[in-house]
Design a protein. Structure first.
Lengths: 286, 295
């Protein structure tokens, strides 16, 4: 390597390192200022915190707050995300398998309906949805609004098209002979699916879990409309906005609440980075 | 055989039921509502045809939102794809720590728009002005969010920060699918770095551009969460002699129109958003598809 090329490659490394540092500044600012009092932030937003213990005090203030029940929102968010993912993976894979293995017109039409629904923006659906969920809930004598089961039901409906599409593409490439031999061995169709096909889906299930999980955890409008802005059931993004609305410009509290909101995702990302990146690429390309 | 069909029908039912209740019925309900005088309060709903569709186009607030959303989308499509492409080149080179960089550049995508909006509101309103005062830089001393001329650009910066890492991932996958022999051969033939990028790399990854342009276009045009928590539509400005909100994108215009109990009108704007999205994406994808090359 010549001298000038070595210089330019070192220069490149430095430029990229600086760009990366610039990219990370927003995260650093959240962490630094979550460990300050409101006064300290207004005095100097750039300074390093004097006592890191303040971070724990701020976290305590948020979880003990009486206006916004952040702890409950955290639990509700975990429950809604978890159960939505379970039903999406289970029912979407079942549906996709049935559609792949049915060579009839209705299966093709249904698959086409699921796929084309993906272009509909949420804005067209949101107000009629709430109106209709109220009518449907009254009719079924089942609480769909302001309830966790109602949210899970809605996420199944909104998550199904993309998930079915992804499972459909994967199941198409599973050799049919595997299922035939299971049938000859006396498996019922349901047993064939759960014992033979479902275990084979494991890599694509991870993709479906990641795509839906990130979306549901961060989703704002659907929980806002179905649960209300400060109802008994709440999700983290709704609680964060309630917090910011109640404590205008109290950045110590607002920033700490955002830190708590993003912590689970960041921790998950640190451990499952490889799967998340792979899942995101597969989700986008399909 | 009978048993087979029955199982399959049962397997389809749960997803189909939820899909019908949550997407299909609200969709057609919504199309109908956009042609009524629905206000979300009164139970009597009267069919009035396309009245709202004509009326919204005479409203400065809607026309402004539509135009500013289009401008915002255009800025984002350029910025996000350009940055995503540069980042992809960086992390596919033989740089040290490239996997670490890749993970870091993608991280903002994982944080939801609501949380991001607050973080950047803090950066624009507190951190950057502090920095401006500390180093006496005039332009940084007032917030970019308080000036109607710069607010859209501030939102585009945040959007680029959020999505560039995601688009980067798509480009990385495309770059890695190109046979290295192709680039090597061009290098032996004496083609410089930029020539290789523009003549070989970009044409070879046209498929990835179809996807990335589609994603950036649709996400920008539908933007809501970050818009709400970063600017909430503000600051106020004037358009065609009327007061309007300088950064109120279409999705927020829909939301605020509905909050004012003009539900049917909001629904009509949503239908316009839907039609615009479909038309623009069909045009974009067909143009891009015509440029894709097969190896």
């Amino acid at each position: 390597m010549t001298r000038s090329r070595r210089v330019s490659s070192v220069l490149g490394e430095v430029v990229v390192a600086l760009l990366f540092a610039l990219f990370m500044i927003p995260f650093a600012m959240v962490v630094l200022n979550s460990a300050k009092t409101s006064k300290e932030i207004i005095f100097d937003a750039l300074a390093l915190p004097t006592r890191w213990g303040q971070l724990l005090i701020n976290v305590g203030l948020i979880f003990n707050n009486r206006t916004v029940h952040y702890g409950n929102a955290f639990i509700d968010s975990v429950l809604i995300t978890f159960f939505s993912l379970v039903v999406i993976v289970l029912f979407s894979s079942m549906c996709a398998w049935a559609l792949v293995r049915t060579r009839k017109a209705w299966a093709t039409i249904l698959f086409f309906a699921f796929v084309s629904a993906m272009v509909i923006p949420f804005q067209v659906l949101m107000f009629p949805l709430v109106h209709w969920m109220r009518i449907l809930g009254d009719f079924l004598h089942f609480r769909l609004l302001q309830s966790i089961p109602g949210m899970v039901f809605a996420y199944l409906g909104f998550g199904a098209p993309l998930s079915i599409f992804i499972f459909h593409g994967f199941i198409k490439n599973i050799p049919y002979e595997l299922e035939e031999s299971a049938t000859i061995d006396g498996c019922s169709p349901a047993q064939t699916f759960f014992k033979i096909v479902f275990p084979l889906l494991q890599p694509i299930i991870i993709t479906v879990l990641i795509l839906n999980g990130i979306w549901i955890w961060n989703d704002y409008l659907l929980p806002l409309l179905m649960l209300g802005s400060n109802g008994a059931v709440q999700t983290i993004p709704v609680a964060v906005t309630a917090f910011a609305g109640a404590y205008l410009k109290q950045w110590d509290l607002i920033l700490t609440s955002t830190l708590i909101a993003m912590l689970p995702v960041i921790v998950l990302y640190l451990f499952a980075q490889r799967y998340i990146i792979k899942g995101m690429i597969e989700g986008a390309i399909k | 055989m009978q048993r087979h069909s029955l199982t399959k029908v049962l397997f389809v039912l749960p997803s189909l039921f939820a899909f019908t209740m949550v997407i299909l019925i609200p969709f057609f309900y919504g199309l109908y509502f956009s042609m009524t005088d629905w206000n979300g309060v009164s139970d009597s709903i009267k069919f009035i045809g396309f009245v709202h569709f004509g009326r919204v186009f005479t409203q400065p607030s809607f026309v402004y939102s539509f135009l500013i959303s289009a401008a915002y989308t255009a800025i984002n499509v350029v910025l996000v794809n350009a940055f995503g492409f540069v980042l992809a080149l960086v992390v596919t080179s033989n740089l040290r720590f490239r996997n670490f960089y890749r993970a870091g550049f993608f991280a903002p995508y994982l944080i939801g728009g609501i949380v991001l909006g607050y973080i950047w509101q803090f950066l624009f309103n507190n951190t950057i002005p502090s920095f401006g005062k500390a180093f006496s830089i005039e332009a940084f001393q007032t917030s970019f969010l308080s000036r109607s001329a710069s607010v859209i650009w501030a939102m585009s910066i945040v959007n680029t920060w959020q999505y560039a890492g995601y688009i980067m991932l798509i480009f990385i996958a495309a770059i890695q699918a190109i046979p290295t022999s192709l680039m090597e051969a061009a290098k032996v033939d004496g083609a410089g770095y930029f020539r290789r990028v523009f003549r070989i790399l970009i044409p070879m990854m046209a498929n990835a551009f179809t996807i990335s342009l589609f994603l950036t276009l649709t996400t920008s045009f539908k933007q809501f969460d970050m818009n709400l928590t970063l600017t909430n539509g503000g600051p106020a400005t004037r358009f065609l002699g009327q007061p309007v909100m300088a950064s109120q994108l279409l999705a927020m215009d829909i939301f605020n129109t509905a909050k004012a109990n003009r539900m049917a009108e909001a629904q009509a704007i949503a239908v316009i958003l839907f039609v615009a999205l479909v038309v623009v994406s069909i045009i974009q994808v067909s143009i891009n598809k015509s440029k894709e090359v097969e190896l």
